[in-house]
Design a protein around this ligand. Structure first.
Ligand code: AMP
Length: 249
């Protein structure tokens, strides 16, 4: 069984992003980029499925600029067998990515696609759901446990009220939540091995997909700066301020 794992190159989660002065977006020039953390969890899960013998091949795919190759190499250092770069300089919105992934699913015929639940740059939380709709495949989002047996996936999902367990018939889409696993530390020997793994490049045109954006960003702005706090002398002064100044009690 083949597992496809889409991995997105995003601004590293430790970076404090700044809005560009013309308010068209955030400034990513000279900023550290990494694999979206939920996608690392997805690659780890697919690799564990392979190690358990439940999957035969893990294929990582990234859509975007040429530097996404680095993200694919990281996926291969974790355990993916090969990588596919869908190379484009175009701005990619979730629907475009879902269409590109559908075209790759048609080509690669995986039984399972494991995506992150959301990309931490745009926080869309849409691609997995859109891909499931385009393919008309069952989906289990926010997975915290995945088990495969008899052509079915049993997935535990984190929902508001607790945990929900669903069974899906393969082929299916799964998106990962934070507690699904803890991705392994990528070792130097595995980084070296990953350099020799197969990495193919295709273009949206070759896949027959028009990735043009459907949504227009009007403005991106910084959140309002927090005002400085004050220290109060005692609890009585605090209660007084909450009652008479903030008027919240
Ligand atoms: P989003 O819907 O943008 O929050 O992204 C959800 C998931 O879709 C991510 O965690 C990735 O698994 C996948 N994804 C989104 N954009 C890309 C991309 N450009 N290349 C590969 N995978 C992507």
């Amino acid at each position: 069984m083949k597992v496809l794992v889409p991995v997105k190159r995003v601004v590293d989660y430790n970076v404090k992003v700044r809005v560009k002065s013309d308010q068209t977006g955030v400034d990513i020039a000279n900023v550290k980029m990494s694999m979206n953390p939920f996608d690392e969890i997805a690659v780890e899960e697919a690799t564990r499925l392979k190690e358990k013998g439940a999957a035969a091949e893990v294929v990582a795919v990234s859509c975007g600029v040429a530097q996404c190759q680095e993200t694919l190499r990281t996926a291969m250092a974790i355990g993916a067998d090969r990588g596919v770069l869908v190379q484009t300089d175009a701005e990619l919105q979730p629907l475009a990515v879902a269409k590109l992934l559908r075209a790759l699913v048609d080509k690669e015929q995986p039984q399972l696609v494991i995506l992150g639940k959301q990309a931490i740059d745009d926080d869309a939380n849409q691609t997995g759901q859109m891909l499931a709709a385009l393919l008309d495949w069952p989906q289990a989002t926010f997975a915290s446990k995945v088990e495969l047996a008899d052509g079915k996936a049993t997935v535990t999902r984190e929902v508001d009220g607790g945990l929900e367990t669903v069974t899906l018939k393969l082929p299916a889409i799964i998106t990962t939540d934070l507690r699904l696993n803890e991705p392994r530390y990528v070792t130097l020997p595995n980084i070296m091995k990953a350099k020799k793994k197969q990495l193919d490049t295709v273009t949206p045109e070759e896949l027959g997909v028009d990735p043009a954006p459907r949504l227009k960003t009007l403005k991106v702005s910084e959140p309002p700066a927090r005002k400085a706090g004050i220290k109060v002398a005692d609890v009585a002064a605090l209660v007084d301020k909450l009652k008479n100044e903030a008027k919240v009690v």
